[in-house]
Design a protein. Structure first.
Length: 268
């Protein structure tokens, strides 16, 4: 794979692929589906696998020379992965718990990684028909249904309460401590990678994720945030990077709209 690849040339096809995967998910969503447990006890449904299959087949047809790492096929040894300069990183259904609750807050996530950085990211919300994109050279957009895609941008920090994105399914003592130090704030609750997208589109100021996630949970939405002018950093304020180690677990991280404030001061 050469450095001359232009992610912009792949964006339209990847958007179509995310929509196709979303359609496969909704076919299951509208049924009385079964829920299984994976080895780590996280839930798995037929929708996860239907989306995975649609995306894998689509990407192999689109770019047969670029390897693919998916949550549902993550058993690639690091000594093989570490040689990948380009690869696709996907989460076919992020927010399976939200899917099971039928609250609509689940997403399809497709990212293209180059040199450890996401250079193209598509996040699709099947129930709402929201499509977020981030692509180097194109910026970030949100499209609702068949309406034209509109550019999105993070917002400058406002006077008054800080708008903080929090998880619907995960809260812990570290986040409570962060909020206590932060002072006046409003919580915006949301599931899945939509939390990052809320920051990207100017609906929130910060998303502190002080709990475990995997690389496929964040890559596509990180690209949206960064192309919208925001940052996704570890707790040392360094950019979140991918495929740098054997584990696919992310460090704890912050999603920041406006870095004119020292957000690290609120960490324990």
């Amino acid at each position: 794979m050469s450095d001359s690849v232009d992610p912009r040339s792949l964006l339209a096809q990847v958007k179509d692929l995310a929509r196709e995967a979303g359609a496969r998910i909704l076919e299951v969503y509208d049924t009385d589906f079964d829920v299984e447990s994976k080895e780590d006890n996280s839930p798995l449904t037929a929708a996860d696998m239907a989306s995975h299959t649609a995306i894998i087949n689509g990407l192999r047809a689109l770019t047969p020379e670029i390897p693919v790492l998916s949550e549902e096929s993550a058993d690639v040894p690091y000594d093989e992965r570490c040689q990948w300069d380009w690869y696709w990183l996907i989460d076919p259904l992020d927010g399976t718990k939200e899917f099971i609750k039928r609250n609509g807050e689940f997403t399809v996530n497709i990212a293209l990684i180059h040199g450890g950085r996401p250079v193209l990211g598509v996040v699709y919300v099947p129930v709402k028909e929201w499509l977020y994109t981030g692509c180097e050279g194109e910026g970030a957009t949100k499209q609702v249904g068949d309406a034209p895609a509109e550019p999105i941008r993070v917002r400058p920090l406002q006077d008054g309460p800080v708008r903080v994105v929090g998880s619907r399914s995960h809260r812990g003592d570290s986040l409570e401590a962060f909020l206590h130090k932060l002072g006046e704030h409003e919580i915006v609750s949301m599931g899945s990678s939509l939390k990052l997208c809320l920051v990207a589109e100017g609906e929130a100021d910060i998303y502190p994720r002080l709990g475990p996630t995997s690389e496929w949970d964040t890559a596509a939405a990180q690209c949206v945030v960064e192309q919208a002018g925001g940052r996704v950093t570890d707790l040392e304020m360094q950019e979140l990077r991918y495929n740098q180690k054997e584990s696919v677990l992310n460090p704890f991280f912050l999603v920041i709209a406006d870095d004119s404030r020292d957000w690290a001061q609120y960490l324990e």
